[in-house]
Design a protein around this ligand. Sequence first.
Ligand code: ATP
Ligand code: MG
Ligand code: FE
Length: 351
Amino acid sequence: MLLLGIESSCDETGVALVESHGDALPLLRSHALHSQIAMHQAYGGVVPELASRDHIRRVLPLTEAVMAEAGRSLAEIDVVAYTRGPGLAGALLVGAGVACALGVALGKPVLGVHHLEGHLLSPFLSSDPPEFPFVALLVSGGHTQLMRVDGVGRYELLGETIDDAAGEAFDKSAKLMGLPYPGGPWLAKLAEGGDAAAFKLPRPLLHSGDLDFSFAGLKTAVLTQAKKLGDQLEARKADLAASTQAAIVEVLLKKSLAALDQTGLKRLVVAGGVGANKNLREQLNAACAKRKVRVHYPELHLCTDNGAMIAMAAAMRLQSGLSQASERYAFDVKPRWPMASLMTPETPLPE
Ligand code: ATP
Ligand code: MG
Ligand code: FE
């Protein structure tokens, strides 16, 4: 079965082809991505209207590119999958609209996918895919969650952020330091030349005894520190970046280890954009090696948004029998869509 996946929830247009046979792990055949980062950078963040308009421009050329790269024709597609939510409504509507139009034109069913389930299952696209069950640390731009994952659609939330996401903590701190948007990778790069012990920053909820996170206070502490430095900020930026990254990584590391302890599981899966962070990977790898825990990540280029994870999540949901692709093309999108609702039967789309 050949699945086309379309991602357009925020500022990346991603299209990919995944092939699935029986119970075997589906395989990525081709993928293409256009990031709008350069376009939004002048505004310091994503401008929703510009994002939607750019998705419209990119999605069909990217679709042609993935078909050509895989050497397949549109007629060979069996299912068209798209990100149904959560995300920016206008941006989501582009992917959903194009997916459903393709479905109608090709006479093939469509399937709306949860963006975070895409992130969560993206490590299955790597050369070292995990096996169920595992603890998942989902760290993206808008979400920070620890989950127990027993199978596709069998997700138990263990803890989550009560305010900002880890990605937001990276991005907002980076912005305070005058770094471009999105600041996570820039801050990480700057931190390489800095002293992580230079500034004492809070590790919010580190000893809370539960698996929840809080990063809003950290951002305030970084702001206070930056103000205190005043003219010296420029000279001490690398140290402040390293100290900020250390605080975020320590909390993510300790809470992940606590989740492993609590569940007794010996496997950790990291997903989402912050999962690309080198320091986080090094620390998780070292701590997990000591505890004989296997850690799995998505390929670096599939940590942030992409179409491959959407096609993969669709393929795995179809394999598990949890979802069925549908020939009802009256689509809707879900800008807010709690992951917990994936456990309940899907709400039927309007006829
Ligand atoms: P969500 O998936 O929650 O809706 P999103 O799609 O914007 O949000 P992702 O695409 O998963 O999030 O990830 C983007 C985030 O990852 C940004 O906050 C970005 O700064 C962060 N990020 C990417 N690379 C790195 C890195 N190397 N170090 C730290 N953060 C990073
Ligand atoms: Mg993005
Ligand atoms: Fe995302």
